[in-house]
Design a protein around this ligand. Structure first.
Ligand code: AHG
Ligand code: MN
Ligand code: MN
Length: 334
């Protein structure tokens, strides 16, 4: 008989490898799956429910907030904040750390997330997703402060994302490989579908917003030109694939191999993507899958954030492709 392993079963078994595990972590994950199922349902019926489009309000970065951004934020906060395992939450859609309700005990975990990544694509049926990272607070009790969240990426204890696509898929790691679970809507359970995902060492795809070519550094321009050269033996030219929804671009490249690049450019001197709740979680996953992530100079996971909404250039994917990009940066000295 084919094995039917649910995410909750898998996590409980995985937690046996962590002596002293209290079960809080399993509860946290079980709540993440509940919240993501609710968001997936809403994303799916968005067109019919007429909640597409913007709320008319602007988020802390001056971007238009889509209704589903808000829905995803509220759902995750609503479900996770009652668990008693969190000291605080940080999200793309909220300026400061989100406080847990007064009547709920404070836990030891910190949860940083992008409630709905790629949401500008939502009204054209492009896959969106939730990205999250979990840290343990270093010290202190009570409510978490912004400083508690300023831990390096390498101290992350778990990260993951959920893609709300033709099916919903949850991919996560606790540092023991990367595993993918697909939602079986008939029973409402995430079922193990991709065990121990490994990203190919070298890919054939590159993902970058080439419309910004003229804003790029010399190293970035040269690297992309290099990928386009005709060279059969080196597996070139690469194919371009860019959805504009990080979680979906990343997911495809993780499974197929490739490199995603959102570098610094003349308009985004620090890059566009966010370190804490976009770059860190995906970098932890990619490394666990055998890939690499850099900002051009530093390994992403070595960076210590200066604030919870810090932006960072992100070059992430197959190991040899990321290394090649680094060579171009070293050559150009930037
Ligand atoms: P979000 O929807 O959470 O604001 O993120 C959008 C991000 C990311 O998903 C994507 O990779 C990137 O913005 C696309 O940016 P450009 O349109 O500048 O290429
Ligand atoms: Mn995002
Ligand atoms: Mn977002």
């Amino acid at each position: 008989m084919k094995e039917y392993i649910t995410l909750s079963r898998f996590i409980i078994e995985e937690q046996r490898n962590y002596p002293g595990a209290t079960g809080e972590f399993s509860s946290l994950f079980s709540d993440i799956t509940t919240a993501s199922k609710v968001v997936y349902r809403e994303v799916n019926r968005a067109g019919i429910a007429e909640i597409l489009g913007s709320t008319g309000s602007i988020n802390v970065f001056g971007e238009e907030v889509q209704k589903l951004d808000e829905f995803a934020l509220k759902t995750f906060v609503g479900v996770l904040s009652r668990g008693g395992y969190l000291a605080g939450m940080a999200s793309e859609e909220t300026v400061s750390v989100i406080k847990m309700p007064d009547d709920v005990p404070r836990g030891k975990y910190l949860f940083a997330f992008d409630p709905l990544d790629g949401s500008s694509n939502i009204d054209v049926n492009v896959s969106v997703g939730t990205i999250f990272g979990i840290w343990k607070r270093k010290d202190g009790e009570g409510d978490a402060s912004e400083e508690d969240f300023l831990q390096p990426g390498k101290d992350i204890i778990a990260s993951g994302y959920v893609v709300y696509g033709s099916s919903a898929m949850l991919v996560y790691t606790t540092g023991r490989g990367v595993h993918g679970f697909t939602l079986d809507p008939s029973v409402g359970e995430f079922i193990l579908s991709h065990y121990d995902i490994k990203i190919p060492e070298k890919g054939k795809l590159y993902s970058a917003n080439e419309g910004y070519y003229n804003r790029w550094s010399k190293a970035m321009k040269n690297y992309i030109e290099y990928l386009k050269e005709e060279d059969k033996e080196a597996g070139k030219p690469y194919s371009a694939r860019y959805i504009g929804s990080l979680v979906s671009d990343f997911h495809r490249n993780l499974l197929k191999g490739g490199i995603f690049l959102y570098p610094a450019d003349s308009k985004h001197p620090k890059g566009k993507l966010r370190l804490l709740y976009e770059a860190f979680p995906l970098s932890y996953i990619v490394e666990q899958a055998g890939g690499a992530a850099t900002d051009g100079k530093r390994r992403i996971l070595d960076i210590v954030p200066e604030n919870i909404h810090q932006r960072i250039p992100l070059i992430i994917g197959s190991k040899r492709d990321v290394e090649k990009f680094r060579e171009f940066v070293e050559k150009e000295g930037e």
